[in-house]
Design a protein around this ligand. Sequence first.
Ligand code: SF4
Length: 264
Amino acid sequence: MAHPEYKYIYGPVSSWRLGRSLGIDPLSCRHKTCTFDCVYCQAGKTESFPGDRGIFVPTATLIEELRSLPEVSLDYITFAGNGEPTLADNLGEMIREVRRVRKEKIAVITNGSLLGREDVREDLAMADLVEVKLDAHSSETFQKVNRAPGISWDENVAGVKAFRKMYKGHLALQVMFVASNKAHAAAIAALARDIGPEEVEINTPLRASAAKPLPPGDIAEITAIFRKICGFGIKVRSVYEAKREKSLPFDQESTDQRRGKEDF
Ligand code: SF4
């Protein structure tokens, strides 16, 4: 079936963490707009590092596009896309309005850099599931892997902890392992345990990026370290153990632009 061109919505994609998920890109900028420039980013180098939040897509325009979707079966509607979604000042309003028109659960995937701000924590608190990046245990590793100019590691971690304290929904920490942080698995696991999420997702970049993925053996060792340190209270999942299915998006090109190409 032919679909109209969607500007702000992409997917649905098949996510090993979220099932069948429809993506919303609340920034929808031509170039990636982010507070980090992760070594493994599938969207290439960060070209725009905004200093503050702003309105990128009017909420009413997004909702109009959402209403035009054909019938589709979904597990989640997920705010993510080509950059850091919490940079959208109207993210909370968007979540509230999406809830009015759709029945699915709502997730947000964030790098966590703005969680030190109360307005960002309040916006994210409206989601059913929030997935926060945690690829480091120290400032040195943080700057090596996430390359976040002007962002303090201590403030970044304090923001994630402040969010955990007030958030009643499902908090997942996603740890992306590459060559430069794999030796720090135990220290990152100890930090994850201290934060206290519902789950930890162990990942490695399997979609095309500048960083090589770690092999299944390395990820199995890292997963075992996390299970030992995090204990039974925190579910630990790994990308190689998960069932991965091919996505069938409405528009392959705009989906690849936001997520990178799948390696199927
Ligand atoms: S991986 Fe995510 S947080 Fe890192 S640079 Fe890319 S969009 Fe930003």
